[in-house]
Design a protein around this ligand. Structure first.
Ligand code: ARG
Length: 704
């Protein structure tokens, strides 16, 4: 028996399942047998006594979970951090444990009210004493970890629990002597698993399967080479034996009904300190301010959810609720993350939601110079579609050429500071780029409840096929906006795929161009080839467009057409030569509507106009969509996604496709400005033209 190892246990005199605070307790209220519990507890007690000294704390009536002494507190040497239970059902245990610790001469530290931490159930010392593993996610708050690090002067590694069956760290994680670790990886998020793998070499990790995990195999008491647990599979026992451990099984099924087993029923009171081990500052915190229709628009939920979903935790410091329908709310939220990396991840998403620093915390953006042309510094801030500002020398500067997936480059000429979005490939050596997530904010429109509801009515998607009447309603709205944009001299860009031609949309799109509703056309080789094929030969990919049937030898048509255009040099020259006399491309040339055809690997020909250099094509696309008010995306996923990436928020995007998945993908930019229409694009265009004609002439004369 090792005289130097001691445990604290609490006899199960008052043990019962009285309430439900974890999934194991569900359906088990008053279902455990006291006699069997006593018997099982005693068996554990005597087993441990063979290997260590076991002390007892007097059980208190009315606190049935007090048997789980692992949750009394966390101790190291003669210092203890008392637990602050998350659930009121267990908070009454705190004074009893506190009294015991004081009697034994421990220095007792108590966490602030409302900062839950559940002791050794959620914090486990590396058995070599090198650091402390601390869990959070269900019971203990991440923000308790810095206190522990400070009071116990030890490095704390925070692990996030994500499976509510394993709500305490000791239910799925058990450091063993010799640097081994018995654990269930499925209970942790990816970041935590990464952290574990970084500290414990592969040959020392004993990862167990779910079947052992749900038998609480990780909830073991380890004394030197002995490991005491409820139950282990043959395979697990064998693996443990192979690395020199002796597994002792002792059934604890009555305690499993409350969500605990061997380790939970004990608290090791002799934990050695290593001389050269000290606290670190693992947890980063930052206070952000959110303003706007936080509740109405669901922004608050989204913000708090994203903090937790990404492995952080939060505390709402204050929340001024806007009381009138139109008034906005303001909340200050302290966000904590287990590492700088996670913090940056969370912050960049909060910035998208419109989070800002409190005025007293505002800082300048961090800048780093580009060392290699076309390559940003590692930590560069990745831009989004939202209007962004960066703080440089104490001033907020609006970022120009807003687009997503770029970096923010800063140029200074004298006192003048210019911030603009740049693609990685355009970054030049020595140019300064914004890194990190400080001094960056996005400017979000504060849509009132009315405005939001209106736009929702306008947008619908993802509901499978839209009913005809719904399509008509949306088309009416779009027609109205197109009309307004045209009348005020605004700009509309169209991305169109060949389906527009196949579905008979050519004449309608031609009409839109002719009537001045389109200011730029973006597509690929195919839309132009099929459009010209239809104009010259009456077929689209060999199908007779008036009869809808394939024409003999029609599959050769499109190559004939490509050849004809090549003969004249390009599309404009073919128009000039009187070869091409109608259709979408013809109208573009006639109306001076610029177009850009971006090539791809599968292009036949291609047409001389098709840009096979994709960098050129991207540059041209982005030039053409500059200043657009609306983009109509007509059945072309690839070109539309390309365009979406270049388009700042605020530009209305209308995505039309027969495939609901495509519509959802394109419209899902998290902004109210996109509208999805699931329908046949030819039909959509014909409805649109009809509606626009109605707006022009009250009797609705068709001019096609
Ligand atoms: N019913 C108790 C609770 O939910 C069980 C505690 C188990 N203790 C532990 N260290 N895992 O709090």
């Amino acid at each position: 028996m090792s005289e130097s190892i001691r445990f604290l246990m609490c006899p199960p005199d008052h043990y019962d399942v009285d309430y439900v605070i974890n999934p194991w307790m569900e359906g088990n209220i008053h279902k455990s047998s006291r006699d069997r519990a006593v018997e099982q507890w005693q068996k554990l007690y005597y087993t441990l006594k063979d290997h260590a000294i076991v002390e007892l704390v007097e059980p208190a009536k009315g606190w049935p979970d007090m048997v789980f002494t692992a949750n009394a507190g966390l101790l190291l040497d003669k210092t203890v951090v008392l637990s602050r239970f998350m659930h009121p059902e267990r908070q009454g245990e705190e004074p009893h444990f506190k009294a015991w610790f004081e009697q034994q001469g421990y220095t007792v530290h108590e966490l602030p009210q409302d900062l839950p931490f559940e002791g050794a159930g959620d914090a486990l010392l590396d058995r070599e004493g090198r650091w402390l593993w601390a869990g959070y996610g269900f019971r203990s708050e991440l923000d308790s970890h810095p206190y522990i690090a400070k009071w116990l002067d030890i490095e704390v590694l925070s692990l996030r629990l994500i499976d509510n069956r394993f709500y305490h760290l000791d239910t799925c994680f058990c450091p063993l002597s010799g640097g081994y670790l018995l654990y269930y990886p499925g209970a942790f998020d990816a970041y935590s698993n990464h952290l574990i793998e970084g500290r414990v070499p592969a040959h020392k990790r004993i990862a167990i399967a779910e079947a052992d995990a749900v038998n609480f195999a990780c909830n073991s008491v380890n004394i030197n080479s002995v490991v005491v647990m409820n139950k282990a599979s043959k395979d697990l026992k064998q693996r443990m034996t192979e690395v020199g451990f002796q597994v002792i099984e002792t059934p604890l099924t009555e305690f499993l009904k409350a969500g605990g087993a061997a380790k939970c029923l004990t608290l090791r009171t002799t934990e050695p300190v290593l001389e050269d081990v000290h606290a670190n500052e693992p947890i980063e915190s930052r206070t952000i301010r959110m303003q706007g229709h936080l509740l109405d628009a669901g922004i608050m939920n989204r913000a708090l959810d994203l903090v937790v979903d990404n492995g952080g935790s939060f505390k709402v410091l204050n929340f001024d609720l806007g009381t009138e329908r139109q008034s906005t709310s303001c909340a200050d939220v302290k966000v904590s993350a287990p590492s700088h990396e996670v913090m940056e991840d969370i912050m960049s998403q909060l910035i998208d939601l419109g989070a800002v620093d409190r005025p007293q915390d505002e800082r300048d953006a961090l800048l780093e110079a580009v060392i290699q042309g076309g390559v940003a510094p590692d930590d560069f801030y990745v831009t989004t579609i939202y209007p962004t500002e960066v703080r440089i020398d104490g001033e907020w500067v609006r970022v120009q050429k807003q687009r997503m997936d770029g970096a923010i480059a800063i140029t200074r000429t004298g006192d003048n500071i210019i911030a603009q979005c740049k693609l990685l490939r355009d970054l030049e050596v020595a140019e300064e780029v914004v890194v990190g997530v400080e001094g960056i904010r996005t400017v979000r429109k504060q849509d009132s409840r009315e405005k939001r509801n209106k736009s929702q009515e306008f947008s619908f998607m993802g509901a499978g096929v839209s009913s005809e009447r719904r399509v008509e309603l949306v088309v009416e709205q779009i027609a109205w906006e197109l009309r307004q944009i045209r009348d005020r001299g605004g700009k509309v860009a169209v991305t169109a795929g060949p389906v527009v031609i196949h579905t008979g949309g050519s004449s309608h799109l031609s009409w839109l161009i002719r009537e001045g509703y389109v200011q730029a056309l973006l597509g690929g080789n195919a839309i132009a080839v099929h459009d010209i094929e239809q104009s010259l030969m009456g077929t689209s990919l060999g199908v007779d467009m008036s009869k809808g049937v394939p024409v003999q030898g029609g599959h050769r048509h499109h190559l004939k057409v490509i050849n004809a255009i090549r003969r004249h040099g390009n599309i404009a020259k073919a128009v000039e030569a009187g070869i091409l006399t109608k259709g979408v491309m013809y109208e573009c040339v006639q109306q001076n509507v610029p177009f850009c055809l971006a090539g791809s690997i599968r292009d036949d020909g291609p047409l001389p106009d098709t840009k096979m250099d994709l960098i050129d094509a991207q540059t041209e696309y982005s030039r053409l969509i500059e200043g657009t008010d609306m983009i109509l995306m007509l059945s072309t996923m690839l070109h539309s996604i390309g365009v979406g990436n270049m388009t700042p928020a605020g530009v209305k995007m209308v995505c039309v496709d027969i495939n609901p998945a495509v519509v959802t993908k394109l419209s899902d930019r998290g902004s109210v400005e996109s509208v999805g229409v699931v329908t046949d694009v030819g039909l959509f265009l014909s409805l649109l033209v009809r509606q626009l004609e109605k707006l022009t002439s009250p009797i609705g004369v068709t001019t096609i």
